[in-house]
Design a protein around this ligand. Structure first.
Ligand code: GFP
Length: 834
């Protein structure tokens, strides 16, 4: 139960938010929107009725925010992202509106359970992982900080697949998140735009003798916007997330129908709608390249046309585009916008190239999220030219000017020019999207200090040499509203009872908790909360998997996308090592430990899928072996999602952040776990480094090679097999897998995984193995001293202030966007007449 104090209802409400008001409106929505009466109503009807009740209260703020932004012509940040992993909306909106308690009471008085209604929500899984969830956290912070912003993305009909586990393997199922409707969105067909694809380009002189360019497309797709309100916490600001759906300009071809071609009559509709049909999985870069590039130009073009429409509505000249808008590119997926804005300004609005280019560069800013070479997007020239012939010309032109600049600054350096060119000509020709993003933006940032340093020194070092002033670091953050207040109300209430609730908006205030770190009573309450959360998760696990786990055991959790660089298989090697120790000495004294995994593997990423199979195979053996006597348990939590994550972060004791140093750009799960009182076992990678700096080295379980050591080892010639031959426990663990012990005697099953480890071990598992085992051992010993562990846990939470996404957004506002908050008053009420 949330405290009244934490979630006080805001003033000036048009729609009352008393329990009686909410009950009345709820029944009203059930009747007049869902068209149901209680005897026929399903749980989903009740969820919809409550959502519409809440949405009315959002709309009032949304309309007022839009009115003020329109009147003031406020400078606005457009956050362009191919992914927004929003998570369920109802609970978050109740928290941000400050009516959680009233809603809970209202539905209880009607004989319903709020938790059951919250569970009913299908979450919009419009993202793969960290990148999309970061975008969602940033929207929350921008609204909370009263920053005028629009999120632009794609309304995928099918989001990230639902994950099932069959015989230990991942099986993907279509995510039909829209099947029962989405009460939060409002479609705006009147603002639909058209996007051209394919065809050819005409260069000609018009009647007045002016040089003009005309793109004659092969096809046109219509983009229809769906708006979602993004309410800030305890503020009147409600910004917009505008997601585009693809439609055919004409959905039915009468001529084809009349000639008896019934399939042909709807063919175009089908082809067009495919554009926003499905979210592409990460790490699956070879699939559907053409469709993926189409998705990118589709949402980018729709969004930029929309910004121009807004300029027109507000009567602003296009010459001031960069003053009105700053556009943040969330990785390279929207980087094509640089060429598209040029096209719109030059071809469609007849602006001179130089002026358009100056506006473009001043408008865009680019965030890089990875240095993994396979994730740096590039498009084959042939594909690019056939889909976007005009953009290809524009990119050549940009490149031409750019290369002149490089030549001027670095004369006689053809290698540098080849390295930096927007076109990769080393073999088959490609367009390099990261290069386009760097050239066309005025700011470039990484997402944690180490990552930015690596960008500057390595991946983008040539660009850093050319434009040092463009680079800065913006360490990621996460919203404490969703990931503490909503996910962990018990901890929220305990914290607020001691230090007030200012921390929810000013996370630095958590520091005040340090005064209670030695308070025995407070420690006890802290432990009780953690225990109860673990027990709740344990109950869920027994219900879902029939596996009993002991809430007293150390809950060790690794929850994130499955990837070799994230090293879930290193975690497995530790589990097997513990198992081997028990088998060798059944009475060995070990700390009972529960290992939980969650995460999806990209459907085309075989090795990641094999890792899931390995986890489940080891779980099968370990969980059943009577010698283990329940001292270790392993569970793979299927279909990890934002909704489920909200139950997982609060229940963790130990958070696994064990990527190979230098590979994880930042990580944000590491922050969510630590904010909920988990201690981290991790490498010096991404934001782990900064988390450790903040919480103190003594409150963090550090192990493993540093990034520089990894580099050196790689340069000197790393030989994983030597580790295998010299480390007995490692050998034993690997041999167990190789012998078929975990695969019903089949020695072939895990061979591809083992082969990679023996052969190259590109992520240095063998090199880090012993340090990880030792560090795990140390953590398990500390866990036995509950008071010490609790102190560390409290200090972790108390020192997490830096990792609020509010801090990240403030930095973006000050250093890159130059945007100030705009206060929204609730002045505009429903008109009496027109
Ligand atoms: C990527 C990076 C992470 C980073 C997020 C957000 O995540 O290290 O924290 O972006 O910046 F890999 P994924 O989208 O790849 O999960």
């Amino acid at each position: 139960m949330q405290t009244q104090d934490t979630h006080k209802q805001p003033e000036n409400d048009l729609n009352g938010s008393s329990v009686a008001d909410l009950k009345r409106d709820f029944l009203n929505k059930l009747f007049y929107v869902q068209g149901k009466f209680p005897a026929l109503a399903s749980l989903n009807d009740y969820y919809m009725a409550l959502s519409y009740t809440v949405r009315d209260r959002l709309l009032e703020r949304w309309i007022n925010t839009a009115a003020i932004y329109t009147d003031s012509g406020a400078r606005t940040i457009c956050y362009l992202s191919a992914e927004f992993l929003m998570g369920p909306q109802l609970g978050n909106n109740l928290i941000n509106l400050g009516i959680y308690d009233q809603a809970q009471q209202a539905v209880e008085e009607l004989g319903l359970d709020l938790d059951a209604l919250l569970e009913q929500e299908e979450e919009p899984g419009l993202g793969n992982g960290g990148l999309g969830r970061l975008a969602a956290c940033y929207l929350d912070s921008m609204a909370t900080l009263e920053i005028p912003s629009i999120g632009y993305g794609i309304r995928y009909e099918f989001g990230i697949f639902e994950q099932d586990i069959r015989d230990g393997w991942q099986v993907e199922r279509t995510d039909k998140w829209l099947r029962f409707g989405n009460p939060w969105e409002i479609s705006r067909p009147e603002w639909a735009v058209e996007v051209k694809l394919g065809g050819h380009v005409d260069h000609y002189t018009d009647e007045q003798g002016r040089y003009r360019v005309r793109w004659i497309p092969y096809e046109v797709v219509k983009g229809v916007p769906y708006d979602n309100p993004i309410l800030g916490y305890k503020t009147n600001t409600a910004n917009t997330l505008r997601l585009w759906t693809a439609e055919a300009p004409e959905s039915f071809d009468f001529a084809a129908f009349n000639s008896g071609n019934y399939a042909g009559a709807v063919h175009k509709k089908m082809v067009s709608e495919n554009v926003s049909k499905v979210l592409y999985p990460n790490d699956d870069s070879d699939r559907g390249k053409r469709l993926r590039l189409t998705q990118q130009i589709f949402f980018v073009s729709c969004s930029l046309q929309d910004t121009i429409r807004i300029m027109q509505v507000q009567d602003l000249p296009l010459a001031k585009f960069h003053e009105k808008f700053v556009i943040q590119l969330n990785d390279t997926h929207p980087a094509i916008s640089i060429a598209e804005l040029m096209r719109l300004l030059v071809d469609e609005h007849y602006m001179k190239w130089d002026q358009a280019w100056a506006i473009t560069q001043r408008t865009f800013a680019y965030t890089n999220h990875t240095i993994l070479p396979e994730a740096l997007e590039r498009w084959p020239i042939a594909l690019f030219s056939s889909l976007l012939p005009r953009h290809m010309e524009i990119i050549y032109e940009i490149n031409h000017h750019f290369i002149d600049d490089v030549r001027m600054k670095f004369p006689d350096d053809p290698d540098r020019i080849a390295r930096m060119s927007l076109i990769d000509e080393s073999g088959e020709k490609y367009v390099r999207m990261a290069h386009l993003a760097c050239v066309g933006s005025h700011a470039i940032n990484g997402v944690a200090a180490l990552h930015t340093e690596l960008l500057q020194q390595d991946v983008l070092s040539d660009f850093y040499a050319l434009y040092p002033h463009k680079f800065s670091n913006k360490t990621n953050g996460v919203t404490p509203r969703r990931f503490v207040v909503l996910s962990n109300p018990r901890l929220t209430d305990l914290i607020s009872s001691k230090i007030g609730n200012g921390w929810i908006k000013h996370l630095d205030e958590l520091k005040k908790l340090e005064a209670y770190v030695d308070d025995i009573e407070f420690q006890q309450e802290w432990q009780d909360i953690k225990y109860n959360l673990k027990r709740d998760l344990a109950n869920q696990i027994v219900k879902d998997y029939g596996i009993n786990v002991d809430p007293h055991s150390l809950f060790d959790i690794q929850a994130k996308r499955i990837h070799e660089y994230k090293r879930q298989h290193l975690n497995v090697l530790h589990i097997i090592t513990l198992y081997n120790r028990i088998k060798a000495n059944p009475d060995i004294d070990i700390t009972p430990q529960t290992f939980l995994f969650g995460g999806k593997a990209a459907p085309g990423y075989f090795m990641a899928k094999l890792i899931i199979k390995l986890i489940n195979s080891v779980a099968d053996v370990v969980n059943r072996d009577p010698d283990v006597r329940d001292r270790i348990k392993v569970v793979f939590l299927k279909d990890y999602s934002v909704k489920f994550a909200q139950h997982v972060y609060p229940a963790a004791d130990l958070s696994e952040q064990i990527s190979t140093a230098g590979k994880e750009a930042s990580g944000t799960g590491n922050m969510k776990f630590a904010m909920n009182g988990a201690l981290t076992i991790g490498t010096l990678d991404g934001a782990n480094i900064e988390i450790r700096e903040e919480v103190g080295a003594e409150n963090f379980f550090l192990f493993g090679l540093t990034e520089q050591e990894v580099q050196k080892m790689s340069a000197d010639g790393y030989s994983p097999i030597d580790y295998y031959h010299t480390n007995l426990e490692l050998k034993l663990a690997i041999d167990r897998i190789a012998s078929g012990f975990f695969s019903h005697g089949d020695p072939e099953l895990f061979k591809p995984l083992l082969h990679t480890l023996f052969d190259r071990d590109p992520y240095f598992l063998f090199a880090d193995y012993q340090a990880y085992i030792d560090c795990q051992h140390q953590a398990s010993l500390v866990y036995r001293d509950l008071e010490r562990w609790t102190r560390m846990s409290i200090l972790n939470v108390a020192r997490m202030g830096k990792f609020s996404s509010d801090r990240s957004i403030r930095e973006y506002c000050e250093d890159i966007w130059h945007i100030k908050p705009v206060k929204v008053e609730l002045n505009t009420s429903m008109p009496d007449n027109l």
